[in-house]
Design a protein around this ligand. Structure first.
Ligand code: GLY
Ligand code: MN
Ligand code: MN
Length: 434
């Protein structure tokens, strides 16, 4: 881990060059209610380069100083605060444990930082969507310039995201190991939850079950689980999870966990009573075929859009075959008629963030897939309840989602162990040994 962090810092320093510095602050606390915060989670960029989890910290990389320096500002030790909130590393310990070249108390930042950026041409920082940080950066630059007695600042502030996120997009072996761990925990949690579906009455019981399974493996949800049964399965970001599970309905569970700062993201859809109806199975199998067709496109050198295009073709063909779309397949695709039923894209990057960083397009073209990229494949069909839809198909929502790693050979589905054939699902739910 430590050598990984060092390697990442080295790559960033080589990329930005000797005339630049990189500044990344830690994540901030966010209030949920009076005196109560949301659980704290370190900023992914900050953690990616430091491994340090404390709030009120800031890291700097200064490539132009003595072979490149890593400087950490962090909280000073404070016995009274530590009594309430637990141990604080403090600069001395943090410097040692996290291999910083220098570590200072965060309270000293306004005094020390301007000196560290003196005469630098570029400051890279994640100031997009963070007005406060931008103002602080400007103030540090002004203070630094004053000490130089120059009129026009030579220092420019640039967004660090482009540089850092391109690096984060390609996962190293140790990152892939962690992602496989997050995938495995979620696979087992989904299967366990699926096997118990007939014993529950409410969506929130399924949510509780899957979260319990995550927690037993010392992981947390990487996002609020979506547990949508019946018509709720058609609401893409449904997460109130408070409806009754009705006999004859499908339930869609989109849930993933986070372990060691890496996320998983899996969706399965299955019948509440353990048996698909004929129409549910028809729709399910179209989505499954689309997902398989999309997965087969996850190959080095293919475009990011290839899996989606494959899913669109399969879904359009399938919906035409059962009469929910009418017309010529190419026309229907060209006119995007499938978007009535399949209105989202098929993939996103996944890594430390569920919707991970990294551009999808380069110069207005879908980028090519490269080894070490991990993406989800998650096509779906969501049928509304309009008059023109035969009643048996109305309000069926199906999504199937897996995580796929791009590598030299065939697509590697890292959530492959979780069953998704309709008959396998029925077997798990109806197995008396559960
Ligand atoms: N769980 C969010 C997504 O599938 O993108
Ligand atoms: Mn997803
Ligand atoms: Mn998902």
């Amino acid at each position: 881990m430590k050598s990984d962090l060092k390697k990442r810092r080295k790559i960033v320093m080589e990329t930005i060059g000797d005339d630049s510095v990189l500044i990344i602050p830690s994540a901030q606390h966010h209030k949920r209610t009076r005196d109560v915060d949301y659980p704290y989670r370190q900023d992914s960029d900050f953690y990616y380069l430091t491994g340090f989890v404390e709030s009120d910290s800031l890291m700097m990389l200064i490539p132009g100083r003595k072979n490149g320096q890593f400087i950490l500002f962090c909280k000073d030790k404070d016995p009274l605060k530590e009594r309430w909130d637990g141990p604080i590393a403090g600069p001395i310990e943090a410097k040692k444990d996290f291999n910083a070249d220098q570590a200072y108390a965060i309270d000293k930042i306004d005094e020390l930082l301007p000196n560290l950026i003196k005469e630098k041409k570029l400051i890279y920082a994640p100031y997009d969507n963070d007005e406060k940080l931008f103002l602080r950066l400007k103030k540090w630059v002004q203070t630094s310039d004053r000490s130089l007695k120059t009129k026009n600042s030579k220092t420019k502030i640039l967004n660090s995201s482009n540089i850092l996120h391109e690096i984060r997009l390609i996962k190293s072996e140790s990152e892939i190991r962690k992602m496989k761990k997050a995938a495995k925990i979620a696979v087992d949690a989904h299967r366990k939850t699926m096997s118990k579906v007939t014993t529950f009455k409410y969506e929130y019981e399924l949510e509780a079950e899957i979260k319990y399974e995550f927690a037993k493996s010392n992981s947390t949800s990487s996002y609020i689980p979506i547990v949508g049964s019946g018509k709720n399965s058609c609401v893409l970001h449904y997460n109130s999870n408070n409806s009754v599970l009705n006999d004859g309905d499908l339930v869609l569970i989109d849930a993933g966990c986070e372990t060691e700062f890496y996320a998983s993201d899996i969706t399965r859809t299955y019948p509440v009573n353990g048996r698909f109806t004929r129409e549910q199975k028809e729709i399910y199998n179209i989505v499954l075929d689309a997902q398989k067709a999309a997965i087969s496109q996850v190959r080095r050198g293919n475009k990011f859009s290839d899996p989606h295009d494959a899913a669109v073709i399969t879904i359009t063909q399938g919906l035409t075959k059962i009469g929910l779309l009418k017309g010529n397949i190419s026309d229907l695709i060209e006119k995007k008629k499938y978007t009535r039923f399949f209105m989202h894209r098929t993939s996103h990057w996944i890594g430390m963030d569920v919707h991970d960083v990294g551009d999808y397009m380069i110069d207005n073209e879908w980028r090519s897939l490269e080894n070490g990229m991990v993406l989800t494949i998650e096509p779906g069909i969501y049928i509304d309840d309009s008059e023109d839809i035969p009643e048996e198909y109305r309000q069926i929502g199906v999504r199937i989602e897996d995580m796929v790693l791009v590598n030299n050979g065939s697509p590697e589905v890292i959530t492959y162990e979780l069953e998704k054939e309709a008959n396998e699902i029925e077997e798990i739910i109806n197995n008396e040994l559960n």
